[in-house]
Design a binder for this molecule. Structure first.
Ligand code: PFF
Length: 449
């Protein structure tokens, strides 16, 4: 049942767009700083388990909902299980996307400033301490931080309004492999630094005493963030998948690529952190302190630096495009709005959240929500509440309420392929592992854990 849609994805390779959505600042900025804050190895082990036991099955669930109906969330649920209250979760997705894109675009703004400074030659040539101060000066200056964020959002919505996502995605198709190659070069460089093995030990030698339940919940949230789960993004994207694509193969490929990019970023960052005698738990500023320090000791540092931030910019904008599409598609489907109107409303809402987040370290630094400034609060609540809640409820919905034939049909493309152990594995994870995760999260938030 294909409906005629005016959305962007009709005009681009839906699978490529999904990779574009998954790979972004979540992998390169958030993963290293979260790993650093949670003690390294044990966090990474739990993260990998989350990808295999929850991430891939939930990605499959979103794909099943989207591709079986060729509709976005609300319409899909209405078609699959008429009258089901589960459609309420489209609101969770929309709100989650607005909040996440709001603070995420602030980081994209930082990326543009670092790109600018790389290009004009002012970025390199400082000590690690000075890089810490430079980052502090950027986030502490409201005008600078807000302007870069606004510039980023302007570019994001320009792309969306011009319908040139296809072009951007195509560019990203070239940029992503380049980013991948660049990360490998940086990994080799970091591994050759004196004392680098301490960083590898931090990353890959699990010390469970450093993790705690906080680390477990953070790892789960990060896996969902990185794979773009739980906010209905992948339901919309997969509603454009063609009926021949193999969902399991795609989900595994996308998750593996995404995870590889995150791990590579860790191998770039932590050997350098230890080699330069810095602290791994520097929080959100981690990569902005370490990367320039790395670039400047590489021959041709300026070029590496410019290239890297250009590629990171592309990886980020393909993610914000997918986040912006969530409310846009929702408003078009739900309120029969024109795309232009939906786009304007989304832009206004996201910009408001983004400006508030951009001011979190300066003008609004005294505004605290649960002890965190606005930026840190959104960076916590987005992945650790909205995405986890949305993703785990999606798991229960598909695992327990969706007809087995639908799942089977989607996994085997209408009986064309065998699903062998895949279907029981997915169902097991959705029915048993997801509820366990929900219990852990519940116990953690109620303070029992
Ligand atoms: N997965 C993206 C990243 O790792 O940067 C962020 C993201 C994109 C989250 C799209 C959610 C989403 F719907």
């Amino acid at each position: 049942m294909k409906e005629k849609r005016t959305g962007f994805a009709t005009r681009l390779g839906a699978i490529a767009a999904t990779v574009g959505s998954a790979v972004g600042l979540g992998n390169i900025w958030r993963f290293p700083y979260q790993a650093g804050d949670n003690g390294g190895g044990a966090y990474i082990l739990v993260y990998l388990l989350c990808v295999v036991l929850l991430g891939i099955p939930i990605m499959m669930s979103e794909f099943i909902i989207g591709r079986s109906t060729h509709k976005s969330m609300k319409g899909a649920v209405q078609e699959l299980t008429p009258g089901s209250p589960f459609k309420i979760f489209s609101y969770v997705g929309v709100l989650g996307a607005l909040l996440i894109c709001g603070y995420y675009s602030v980081v994209c703004g930082w990326v543009i400033e670092y790109l600018w400074n790389s290009a004009d030659g002012s970025l390199l040539g400082h000590t690690p301490e000075q890089y810490g101060d430079m980052f502090g000066a950027l986030v502490g200056t409201p005008q600078r931080c807000v302007l870069w964020t606004l510039l980023f959002l302007l570019l994001n919505f320009l792309v969306l309004s011009r319908g040139i996502q296809k072009g951007v995605e195509r560019m990203a198709n070239i940029m992503m492999p380049l980013l991948f190659i660049l990360l490998i070069v940086f990994c080799v460089n970091s591994l050759l630094l004196p004392g680098s093995m301490k960083g590898m030990d931090f990353l890959f030698n699990p010390k469970f005493e450093d993790l705690g339940w906080k680390g477990v919940v953070d790892a789960m949230g990060q896996a969902f963030m990185s794979l773009s789960l739980g906010v209905t993004c992948l339901i919309t994207y997969s509603s454009y998948f063609n009926d021949d694509s193999r969902l399991m193969k795609d989900a595994v490929t996308i998750s593996a690529l995404d995870t590889l990019v995150a791990i590579l970023s860790g191998i770039v960052i932590f050997p350098a952190v230890f080699s330069f005698g810095l602290e791994p738990n520097a929080g959100p500023k981690l990569i902005f302190e370490i990367l320039p320090t790395i670039f400047q000791q590489m021959p041709g540092g300026v070029i590496w630096s410019v290239l890297f931030f250009v590629l990171l910019f592309f990886a980020s904008i393909t993610s914000t495009i997918s986040l912006s599409e969530i409310p846009i598609t929702f408003m078009i489907d739900e309120y029969k709005m024109s795309r232009v109107k939906a786009l304007i409303i989304t832009a206004v809402l996201m910009t408001t959240v983004a400006v508030l987040s951009a001011l979190s370290f300066s003008t609004l630094s005294d505004v605290k929500l649960f002890g965190k400034n606005i930026f840190d609060f959104l960076d916590y609540v987005g992945p650790n509440i909205f995405m986890l809640l949305g993703g785990l409820v999606t798991a229960i919905y598909v695992g327990c309420f969706l007809k087995k034939e639908i799942i089977h049909n989607q996994l085997t493309n209408g009986g064309k392929y065998r699903s062998s152990f895949v279907q029981p594995y997915i169902i097991f994870c959705l029915r048993f592992i997801a509820p366990v995760a929900i219990i852990i999260i519940f116990l953690y938030y109620t303070g029992i854990f």
